[in-house]
Design a protein around this ligand. Structure first.
Ligand SMILES: [Zn+2]
Length: 214
């Protein structure tokens, strides 16, 4: 497996600092569990930790290193899944914890055009969902109001920007309007996290948006 599309420094640092919404943490933990490059970067940020201590209002001179480390241990971990290495071919461990099983345990809901989704339970700051895109099918053309992270778990997809395979993360912002299309060879399953409602361009998905929670 060759991962081409990685996490940004900001996302890795945000994860290390515990400042990302839970849905984004889930994407980071899942990618890091499959990516040696990002895992090494994350470990260096976690070792560094200076920015974290600053943001938590810890005074190094007063508290000393031990106290700082203790403070770090107090960081909420429930919404920061640990990046454990995955079983080959299966979902990353952080995701399996959310689903309560592997791919066969996902409770899909149809979205239309053969596309299915499963909303994952995360905090309201951002939403996370699994997307099932049948081989050769497209997700409706849409733009974004915030940031959207899409990680490929199975199969692959391509859009106007590039081609994304297993483990790859596409980072989309308000600039990007795209139509992801799954490769012909296999159904594509993605983990997508977004911190704002998507702006679908065609009418029907926009009408359905409040019900689909995407
Ligand atoms: Zn990576």
């Amino acid at each position: 497996m060759t991962i081409k599309h990685h996490l940004t420094e900001n996302l890795l640092m945000g994860y290390a600092a515990g400042t990302l919404p839970e849905a984004f943490n889930l994407v980071v933990a899942s990618h890091v569990s499959m990516c040696d490059t990002c895992r090494a970067a994350l470990e260096s940020y976690e070792a560094l930790g200076g920015a974290v201590l600053e943001s938590r209002g810890v005074d190094l001179a007063d508290d000393g290193l031990a106290a700082c480390l203790a403070r770090l241990d107090d960081a909420p971990v429930a919404d920061r899944p640990a990046p454990v290495r995955p079983v080959p071919g299966a979902l990353p461990a952080p995701l399996r914890d959310y689903i309560g099983g592997d791919i066969d345990a996902i409770r899909w809901r149809p979205v239309g055009g053969g596309v299915k989704q499963a909303i994952l339970p995360t905090s309201d700051a951002a939403s996370a969902r699994l997307l099932f895109i049948p081989a050769g099918a497209a997700v409706p053309d849409h733009g974004h109001r915030g940031m959207e992270l899409t990680m490929v778990l199975q199969g692959a997809f391509a859009d106007e920007t590039d081609h994304f395979g297993r483990g790859d993360v596409e980072i989309a912002d308000e600039e990007l309007e795209h139509t992801p299309v799954a490769d012909i060879g296999a159904d594509c399953i993605c983990l997508a996290a977004t911190d704002a409602p998507l702006r679908f361009r065609s009418l029907i998905p926009r009408l359905l948006q409040p019900f689909l929670k995407i």
